[in-house]
Ligand binder design. Sequence first.
Ligand code: DUT
Ligand code: MG
Length: 245
Amino acid sequence: SSVRGEVVFSDVYFSYEENGNEVGDTLEEISFTANPGETIALVGPTGAGKTTLIQLLSRFYEPSRGTITVDGRDIRTIRRDSLRSQMAFVLQESFLFQGTIRDNIRFGRLDATDAEVEEAAKLANAHSFIVRMPGGYDKVLGADGGGISQGQRQLLAIARAILADPSILVLDEATSSIDTVTEIKIQEGLQWLMQGRTSFVIAHRLNTIRQADKILVLKEGRLIEQGSHEELLRRHGFYHSLYHG
Ligand code: DUT
Ligand code: MG
């Protein structure tokens, strides 16, 4: 169909449980629409609920109230593996396993050919560092992705996501410093990856936030403001005070 990657949260609540007891609402009254292809930036102080919101989207946790739909379907009616195959995650601690670089990228789509793996790596700007390493695509990584830098891990995660070709992308921007050259490569790879997909970005960089179609401002589990950068600045609210520090 023409509409792919629409995400709607309607009055969503969530509480973590501790020893069977709910510890108060972690997320309350969350409602927003992400239109297909839009970039949605999640911003807010530590503990505001950004990661939790993303985990609800992938059904890692279930809301205690409210509904989440993807392309018009309540996600409770979609099998978890099927739901997750529509999504790719590029996280700060990207998940690499003990195995070759080729297989780590191929994890995005297990039936991909070697040529498709390399094509995805080229689009992600990962190819050049891979072929410069001894072993190249056959280099075996340690369980923790040992032997490559954090920036290179992100490039591999981007290659994997490009190969997976999801309609929804979740990105947790790195906070730690990555060298400028690698950073530029990551940004280029991400631009390619995010094109035409609905992207949720837990955003730390001002540039990402400013360019987002919609910014969701979370504070203490509530969505207190949403809109574009310009709209939010005009409101002179919480986002405005965050932005002007
Ligand atoms: N919380 C729990 N149990 C968990 C995870 C989080 O009780 O397993 C609480 C901590 C916090 C709230 O939920 O008060 C929201 O946490 P989340 O990790 O979603 O916050 P964040 O916005 O992602 O914070 P950060 O910017 O530090 O990643
Ligand atoms: Mg978080």
